[in-house]
Design a protein around this ligand. Sequence first.
Ligand code: ADP
Length: 617
Amino acid sequence: MDQLPSSSSTDSSGSQIARARQLEVLHNFASRQAQLTHLDDIVWNIAKTAIAELGFEDCVVYLLDDDGVTLRQVAAHGPKNPVEREIFNRITITVGEGIVGYVAATGEVQLIDDARRDARYIEDDDFRLSELAVPITHQGRVIGVLDSEHHEAEFFTQEDVQLFTTIAALASTRIDAALALAKLHKTVRDLEAAREQLEGQAKELTQARAAAEAASAAKSNFLANMSHEIRTPMTAIVGFAELLAEGDADQQQQVLWRNQLTRNARYLQDLIGNVLDVSAVEAGVTDISLYDIPLYEFISDTVEIFRPKTDAKGLQLTLSSRGQLPTGIISDRLKLREILVNLLSNAVKYTEKGDVKVYVSSRPTTQGAQVRISVADSGIGIATEAIESLFTPFSRVHDTKRLAGIEGTGLGLSLAQKFAGLIGGDITVSSELGEGSVFTLEFITELSDNAQWMMPAVNPFAALALKPQLTKTQGPEEIIERHFADHSILVCEDSEPIAALVKVLLEREGAAVSVCSNGLEGVQRFEILCQAGIPPDLIIMDMQMPLMDGYEATRIIKDHSLAPAVIALTAFALKEDADRCLAAGCDFYLNKPINTKTFTRELKRLHGEFELRRALG
Ligand code: ADP
């Protein structure tokens, strides 16, 4: 491209040509700039134009940083920076420093004919004699500087000054807009990053909240279960203790009540012991105490604890080993005992006929031995989908309706699994509903010092004949003294001790009491009594019962026109449980444990209130 003619020409046609040339340069520059929006494109186009069309040796574009004091090179073309868009040794200048800094500070154009005479000139790697620096201003504010140097003295002309300033003016709006756009993009990017961070935090918070809610739900569930599990035996303990304290019962009755009291106290003791053990393991404060354990004898002794129970139920109990076993292992005796007792106790508890078989086997490992003890029963089995929750505290995986009369806390297996973990093992289950279950404990253990691998001696008890079968427990009690009392009361309660206690209390008040051990039986008994024309005057309804719970039984009974007052007896002490009783149609509710002193009085009051309400319509 042609260079501009010298501005020193005095010839008028020459000056017209020069003017036309200037206009053409500016026109081309403005047209090219009009197509550019990115800051980089805009500033590099300025640098290129200065060299290619104005004939300058170099051109540097400085822009002022947001801090208002730093001028930063954003484009530089010339001998030092021959490659487009690459700046060799990018420098920054502070406003006020050198010629460029002076222009930024004052907004004045600086034309230096001989830099040797200007103290402001900053010499870098090369000394050039001429310099032209013009401000880039936008709305009266300096936003940058255009700077060009030339090795010859007095190189730049007034025309150069005009062109360079006009280029700066033409570019300033575009530079400012591009800067604003870049800032906007950066703000958008920052906002986007902030949004992502917030979303991440929100997700973490949601997860934390869900975890906290789950923990809180588990805690509430645990407390509700504890409340229920503790109140039931407490009712019996307090009730029978109070009856015994009255001291007017005959000998036989006293023995019966004392037995009930002891049984329930033991149950409560077990429950509390288990709860404390579970919490201790969860809090990580359970210690492991290692002992030498004669493996087979130890298992055999534990199995034999259950023989009286299996004999009483008419179940066969056997222990057998497969292959050689180490004579002694080193493990925690108490934990191992607790695990086995738990598995055996469940096997016996959930098996009505057939057998409970214990198998033990072992194989050497680098650490000592892997021991496997399986407890197999021919009992009620477990549905596949329930197996997962077996080890969750308080989970009684069978429908409670099917577990009539089988006591349990739902804590045993969770504790056994925790103990298994503590002794380096695990409990697995294989079971099918109605097909029995096999619970297997497997753990890795060290061997005792003098341990040997050998076939164990035969269990001396395994060959023992079965004891005669125990006769089954009696069914629900029959209606007593139906025709003599002022009131007939139907008691639906599956807990034998509580039913017995309530019955004693009510009979002492002259009531004829009929006890049913589940809701279905209660509904049927109620219907029979109605058909016979002697509907009960009052129904006491336990809410948690097998076969049909108290809620359903109450709903059915309350549909009947002869339905009397139904008073719920609940071991759950929470408000929601009470509301649920009332929603099912119960007229009132009483919490367990019942107070033997006030129970019948309270019942009478509630009954009176009900009758009054009924009379008033
Ligand atoms: P529980 O005190 O109720 O027996 P566990 O934690 O020992 O509590 O067992 C949890 C549940 O697992 C039991 O309520 C029962 O439903 C089921 N279960 C445990 N062992 C057996 C078994 N051998 N056969 C059938 N079901 C079993």
